[in-house]
Write a protein that binds this ligand. Sequence first.
Ligand SMILES: NC(=O)CC[C@H](N)C(=O)O
Length: 361
Amino acid sequence: MHKFRNVKLVLEDGTIFEGKSFGKEKSIAGEVVFYTAMVGYTESLSDPSYKGQILVPTYPMVGNYGIPSADQTEGVEDFYESDRIHASGLVVADYTDDFSHWNAEKSLSDWLIENDVPGITGIDTRALTKILREKGSMKGKIEFDDQPIDFVDPNQDNLAALVSTDDVVTYGSGKHKVVLVDCGVKYNIIRCLLKRDTTVIRVPWNYNFNEIDCDGIFLSNGPGDPVQCEETVNHIKEALKGAKPIMGICLGNQLLGRAAGADTYKLKYGHRSHNQPVLLKGTQRCFITSQNHGYAINQETLPSEWEELFVNVNDGTNEGVRHKTKPFFSTQFHPEASSGPVDTEYLFDEFIENIEKSKAQ
Ligand SMILES: NC(=O)CC[C@H](N)C(=O)O
């Protein structure tokens, strides 16, 4: 029985939380980040953007709806955001093995163990989150006494390269051909594109996608610091010389911003939740969005032919950019949601409209 052995969460500032293990009995180190969504542990743990991070859901009870089936449609799992867990570890207040849900097939504990990922329960996640909010996201480790390890900063690595596809993969057979630059794509982006009559050609993060004859370019979400993806940025710079429609999400927003000439920077503790309010610039329209990011575009550095598209109402940070004359836009939040509110899924329709207009020219 692997469960409920003593284990510690150790923060870079010296704080130690004692808890019980309910995942793999393996010490790991990473960046500790909190998220305040009440549901969505399956989607978050399988979101490649969490690579290298130790996740702390602030919602106290975790595990009660189990882990879903691996049913697939067109080669994409219906209920996961990738084919494995990408987060390094999970920290919860109150884990329960006693799950109940129409689609549950196994416990969260079993899924963590299968994926070699440790979990720690019995932690005062409210106290932990207060520390992360005061001091910012920080390095931490889930450590078993007999397996000491050092702290690591995952953002020093090119994490997108670690989670991107190795091969070019094609999904669907719709009329619009979209190149999907995979820096760590969430499956719901592929699902949202396939629902809109597309053929999706998923390519590695550093692939020269400009060589592909396509109708539009999609820049995915992904983990880590956008400065690590200089190769992708150079390919985007090339694409910006043309006029093929581009849409980006999250890391895709940051990479589009950098390709345009703007800078990016690290936020103190990031935005990870289902209730982030964003204002559509030039209107009074506010959307509630799903978010997961630690970096942002510095909107002051956007060149004059670009403008801010959305802004975060909580802290004024950038939530999207667009070109003033060409069909290029991106969002820092997640219009594909999964998990979270779907109010901004219409942005995929705008991307497809841009493709239709550009094909009609
Ligand atoms: N979800 C994402 O694409 C995250 C983008 C980037 N890694 C950040 O943390 O800001």
